[in-house]
Write a protein that binds this ligand. Sequence first.
Ligand SMILES: C[S@@+](CC[C@H](N)C(=O)[O-])C[C@H]1O[C@@H](n2cnc3c(N)ncnc32)[C@H](O)[C@@H]1O
Length: 224
Amino acid sequence: MASGATAADRDIPGGYASVRDAYDTVAADYAAYFPDTRAETPLELAMVDAFVAAVGPDADVLDAGCGAGRMSRYLADRRVRPHGVDLSPGMVAMARRDHPDLRFGVASLDALPFADASADGVLLWYSVIHTPPSGLGELLAEAVRVTRPGGHLLVGAQSGHGIRDVAPSYRRFGHDITLERHLHTADDLAGGLAAAGAEEQARLVRRAVGTERDDQAVVLARRA
Ligand SMILES: C[S@@+](CC[C@H](N)C(=O)[O-])C[C@H]1O[C@@H](n2cnc3c(N)ncnc32)[C@H](O)[C@@H]1O
């Protein structure tokens, strides 16, 4: 997968600047609180494992919106070759600190610094959740663009309609940030992928568990 320059100094649309700033603020606590996939249930991990099986051993996979790198680690431990990118330099710094053997860079999902069809797969794991429904199609189309024909995409998000204020969750860590997330249904995710040329292969919708406020949706798709 050929990489262009990182986007650290590139303009970021206004809406994403506040998302970037919020994650820069909470990056160290996020990395400590989500060091691995213990927050995922076996159902989500089954979808990630299905994605890993679909892309195959030694696949080049873009972990788009990689945060502090825990999903890149999960992929690498299963013989996939991840390349993580994230909007937040702070999150990328945590990813590099905690996973120094893996590749990470700063980039926005709406302008991925990769050539067309350069990835065997793209993982969008809870990284489209700060994008409103009106912008979802653009991000999914960009992910499909960098996926080679026959390659796979996996998208996970909280399921439903509307907006949640995430800021209170971070107040217990002493952070006063502005951060909202947008709910997306499996139909929204699959529809956006299909519009960009990636056909749905499977989907998971499960009810909220524990302290979760929302159901969860995961869609696996294949670029035609
Ligand atoms: C809830 S975290 C999930 C991180 C990681 N995928 C994980 O599962 O731990 C959301 C991440 O998406 C990133 N993000 C949100 N919008 C983005 C965008 N437009 N471009 C790149 N990254 C974005 C944020 O910076 C943040 O690191």
